[in-house]
Each structure stands twice: as C-alpha cells, then as structure tokens.
Write a protein that binds this ligand. Structure first.
Ligand code: ADP
Ligand code: MG
Ligand code: MG
Length: 249
C-alpha cells in the first residue's frame, strides 16, 4: 500500500522529518503517536501533497507508484484521504453539493458514471445512518459554524463516501466527547477491509481503545524511534514519553 524510505522533509528551510521509514500493507491499521511538534502532521501533509513541504531526500511509493511525483489531487483520486487536524470552513457551499461534486470527480477518474441526485441521496442516507450523523448537518455550508466534534464527524462522513484505499486521520479524536469518539471509531472500523489501510495520528491512547491498531509507532523529533504492537499505546498512556527520550539519550 505505502512504503516510505528515508524521507526527509523541510518546512520553511528547517528539516522537520529526518529520515522516516514505514511500510504499510493492505488491511493494516498503523497508529502514529508522539509528543507535540514531532512532525506527525508534517508527515500526513507531505503524504497528501500539501504545499510548502520540501522533500529533501527519500522515496514514497503508494500502490506501486511514486507518490511524490503526483499532484495532491491525483493522490486523492488514487485513493489517499487525509483528514485535517483543523478542517476548513467554506461559507456558501452546502455540504451536500461539496460531497456530491467530490464523489463524482473521484468516480470520473475511475471511469465510472456520475451518481444521479437520487442515487447520491440514497448513498448519503446509508452513510449518515452508519455514522449517526444529524441529518441537518449536510444542508449547512461546509463546516461553517460546526462544533469541533461535528467537523470531525463530518470528515469521517466524507471518508465513508469516498471509501479511500489509504486514510490518514490526523488527530481526529481531538475535540470529541466520548460518544462522538465511538461513532468516529465505528465509522473507521466499518470501512476496514483487507484492501484498505489506515494511519491514525493521535496524542492519546483513548481513540485506540476503539480503533485497534496493528502497529504503533512513536515519532519523535522527526524520526520513528519505536515501533511495536498495540500494547505500546497502553505503555505510553501509562508512562508518557520520558522513558523513550531517556532510552534515546
Ligand atoms: P505534530 O503534528 O507532531 O505536533 P507538526 O508536524 O505539526 O508536529 O510540526 C513539527 C514541527 O514543524 C514543529 O516544530 C512545527 O513548529 C514545525 N512546522 C510545522 N509546520 C510549519 C510551518 N508551516 N512553518 C514553520 N514551521 C512549521
Ligand atoms: Mg500537534
Ligand atoms: Mg499535529
């Protein structure tokens, strides 16, 4: 699905990622944890193709292709999805229009006919039910005036519609109460399949009670300094990051 080799990335001339190696197979869920400012969002952003990230070195292959050669839009159409830590608001554009347009763009890319209004509404109803989403939310402008929790749920809803091959969730748990957290996790789990992979970026172990990762990686100062199974998340919750910093020192 995704292979990252010795990835070094600079932002505004400063090296933030200092040689990331990661291999993600289809069907796997990987959690990336680590203290604030470690480079977690930078990694998600550079994979998604956001601007202003300078790749200094390294390779990334996504479904057998050189990911770094593709424009952000192409990456999305090939099945890469990034949820944003701070979702944008788009005043004046109703959610429903936004979603229909992006879904049909993806379909076009795959050589599929666009969905009719009726088909789209049916699909939307199914996915809304799956996520227990307030039916009014999709009639409002994209993220405008949404609470933190609503924005996050809305992102998972977009993900459920687009059915990406590789989903990167960047702190999808921040700002969620425990019920919303469960719903988001249920949505992610419902999408789980042997052909799809997920990277969950999170500060806290809490989300990983519901989305159980196959692997947990600690990103610290731009490097993956520890990788293990799901038990590592519990250890981090209990002991914090200091022991890892000590180990490294
Ligand atoms: P994390 O998500 O792990 O908290 P980030 O990837 O957001 O960490 O940030 C890693 C480092 O890169 C931080 O020191 C941050 O200040 C810096 N950084 C990230 N984005 C920018 C930017 N656009 N301009 C300057 N520095 C940035
Ligand atoms: Mg952060
Ligand atoms: Mg971050």
């Amino acid at each position: 699905m995704l292979t990252i080799k010795n990835l070094k990335v600079a932002v505004e001339g400063m090296e933030i990622l200092k040689g990331i190696n990661l291999d993600i197979k289809p069907g796997e869920v990987h959690a990336i944890m680590g203290p604030n400012g470690s480079g977690k969002s930078t990694l998600g952003n550079v994979l998604a193709g956001k601007e202003n990230y300078e790749v200094l070195e390294g390779e990334v292959s996504f479904l057998g292709e050189d990911l770094l050669e593709l424009a952000a839009e192409e990456r999305a159409k090939k099945g890469l999805f990034l949820s944003f830590q701070y979702p944008v608001e788009i005043p004046g554009v109703p959610m429903v229009n936004f979603l229909k347009t992006s879904l049909n763009e993806h379909r076009k890319y795959k050589g599929l006919e666009p969905l009719t209004a009726g088909e789209f509404l049916k699909l939307m109803r199914e996915k809304k039910e799956m996520l227990h989403l307030d039916s009014q939310l999709t009639n409002r402008s994209v993220n405008e005036g949404f609470s933190g929790g609503e924005k996050k749920k809305n992102e998972i809803f977009q993900m459920a519609l687009l059915e990406p091959k590789l989903a990167i969730l960047d702190e999808t748990d921040s700002g969620l109460d425990i019920d919303a957290l469960k719903i988001v996790a249920e949505g992610v789990n419902a999408l789980k399949s042997p052909e799809r992979s997920t990277i969950v970026i999170t500060h806290y172990q809490r989300l990983l009670d519901y989305i159980v990762p196959d692997f947990v990686h600690v990103l610290y100062k731009g490097r993956i300094v520890k990788s293990a199974g799901k038990e590592l998340a519990l250890e981090l919750e209990e002991k914090g990051y200091d022991w890892i910093k000590k180990e490294l020192a």
